[in-house]
Design a protein around this ligand. Sequence first.
Ligand SMILES: [Zn+2]
Length: 334
Amino acid sequence: MSVSCHQIRGNFMTSRRILTFAGILAALLAFALPATGARAADKLKLVATVSMIGDAVTAIAGDRAEITTLMGEGVDPHLYRQTQSDIAAMVRADAVFWNGLYLEAQLEEFLEKLAGRKPVYAIGEAVPDNERIASITYTDRYDPHIWMTPELWHYAVKAARDSLIELDPEGADIYKTNTEAYLNEMKELATFARRSLETVPQDKRVLVTAHDAFGYFGRTYDFEVVGIQGLSTESEAGLQRVDEIVSLIVDRNIRAIFVETSVPERNVRALIEGAAARGHAVVVGGQLFSDAMGSAGTYTGTYIGMIDSNVTVITNALGGTTPVDGLNGKLVGS
Ligand SMILES: [Zn+2]
């Protein structure tokens, strides 16, 4: 079992993802820039792709690093393409942290090139193979949504810690202490999640969401999960898929389904209309944070808040009981 940080694997990039000419030009120009001023104030300059990684790296690094997170509230990492300012930030950074497992599909080619020049850590790939869910569509690919349970995300958090120690051994003690505190919070969250979700009656444990982001969640907490779109939002759901799920909603008497902050609601609305046409009322049970945290500076704009919100919303919408203000009493109005 390997929990070490993986640098980007170099063997599976294909020509499928082609940067635009302008993008290549911008990247080349950025590469050509001298690395002046890269260590302002002696702090490490780090870039994180998704906000969940930004949250972990920020917590672990404390004030020894300045972290730039590329994707904020509501941004879909499956579709996200780097901007010129992202390229500039990554080229100037001392290291880049990303999830990998094909989450940031459009960034992969750029990150692979960058990995030849500086540390680029795919911390999601620290999850051991035997704990990953394999993609049913592609061989050698896995479900990338490993942050959805603290039980799995801890691998990535520890990988982030080890990467920081590798980058900056002088800060090792601080990184270890900060990681310990962060993992302790995650442990509390994991206990809360289990206790809350256990209250959902067995026959109500079907989680219908906009895309297949909840596979690990379902496996960990014993829910059947149904995503309208697949593991990635890159391919659109067909009418047949929508019809199949409408039938499932009607047949299983499902009363609540969920929208996601990083995916348009139209497919979920189509299910509600499809069920209504068959005389079955189903409502939006709430909004889930699947691939992005809430807005920066709010409680749901933290990893703990994001998962707390998902657990609380799902539990209460599907017939379980848990306080509506969540684990830390911070959810209402956040
Ligand atoms: Zn996703």
